[in-house]
Design a protein around this ligand. Structure first.
Ligand code: BYC
Length: 307
């Protein structure tokens, strides 16, 4: 196998599996993207975990707890998919702790009220679904199969968030104001999740050539906006973008300019919660060391017994 044959396989829509030959750059590209995706799922548990003890009812608490546990499961599928590319979990976590691996910018914003649980589920999971439905057709087999399972759970998450927003929007004026405030704060960071504009996205070229990404950042962002505007209208909330306007010719919404300085500042470690999120992850990781050691010792004992 060589680069040309590999590209022919990709062009023929054949999946690449762990033991197949692949160019080193393809392997590295996947390790970067899948590990960042895994880290996002795990770090994404923090802003929501913040509200488990303060959920307003037992029902709301059970649902949120299940959702946060699902995110842990998604992280584990993705770490496993990434490990099939020849890197260990320890190395992946170390890259996160050393700031060499990123995670989604969205999780560096604080969750200030219960309505934020609605906004995160509705918008953040909604954006994640749009991105991940597209990734179900990614060229790397284990990543693609992981996405199918994850998308099923994400659609429950999106509905959980939308239900919170819908309930609050038809509640007291104070509740409706809280829902609108959460939408105001989460709208722009949510559409930034799709990454830089195509013209500023250095990874898109190879990602599209290798069919790792099936749609560009801008195409997915537009799809998300077109799906979400009507959902806001139905529950009587207003998207905080004065330039948002239906474009009859394009059959799509035109929308305002994103604050790219804010985006890059958050991506480069200077968002409102970057330091707190990483410090919390490191602390939990250190405190969990005895669990990992115990699991390893148990596995070793089982191996000895078997032999
Ligand atoms: N945040 O050339 P580009 C979830 C980086 S949902 C941080 O366009 P690419 C969840 C990018 O990594 C979220 N960094 O890159 C939901 C690159 O830097 P490096 C997780 C970002 O890879 C609810 C540079 O900017 N989903 O988990 O072609 C609850 C240039 O960008 C961001 C995924 O990870 C960002 N928003 O496109 C709980 C989906 N955007 O790596 C959990 C999988 C860009 O060269 N990933 N950067 O140093 C992808 O689809 C793509 O990697 C991206 C970026 C669209 C994110």
């Amino acid at each position: 196998m060589n680069d040309i044959k590999f590209q022919e396989r990709i062009d023929a829509e054949k999946k690449i599996e762990p033991k197949d030959w692949m160019p080193d750059a393809y392997r590295k590209h996947l390790i970067r993207q899948i590990s960042q995706h895994a880290h996002s799922e795990i770090i994404g548990m923090q802003p929501e975990g913040n509200w488990i003890t303060r959920a307003p009812s037992l029902r709301a608490k059970m649902i949120l707890l299940a959702k946060v546990q699902d995110e842990a499961g998604h992280g584990l599928y993705l770490y496993s998919a990434c490990e099939t590319l020849g890197i260990s979990r320890e190395e992946l976590v170390q890259q996160l702790h050393e700031g060499k691996a990123k995670y989604s910018s969205i999780f560096n914003y604080p969750t200030l009220s219960w309505a934020d649980m609605g906004a995160v589920g509705w918008l953040v999971d909604g954006a994640a679904i749009v991105n991940q439905v597209s990734l179900q057709r990614t060229s790397y087999g284990p990543y693609s199969r992981g996405m199918v399972k994850i998308c099923k759970e994400e659609s429950f998450h999106q509905r959980q968030g939308y239900e919170i927003m819908a309930e609050m929007a038809k509640g007291t004026p104070e509740q409706k104001a809280m829902a609108q405030d959460a939408l105001n704060r989460f709208w722009w960071p949510s559409i930034m999740m799709f990454g830089p504009q195509d013209s500023d996205s250095p990874r898109t070229g190879n990602a599209m050539k290798w069919k790792i990404k099936r749609q560009t950042n801008d195409a997915l962002r537009q799809d998300f906006i077109d799906k979400t505007v009507g959902q806001a209208e139905v529950i009587g909330l207003t998207i905080p973008d004065p330039d948002l306007k239906w474009n009859e010719e394009r059959q799509s919404y035109d929308f305002g300019e994103m604050d790219w300085d804010e985006f890059w500042s958050v991506v480069n470690g200077n968002g409102p919660c970057n330091k707190q999120r990483l410090a919390h992850h490191k602390k939990a990781h250190d405190e969990g060391e005895w669990v990992r050691n115990a699991a390893k010792a148990y596995a070793k004992k089982q191996e000895l017994v078997a032999n």
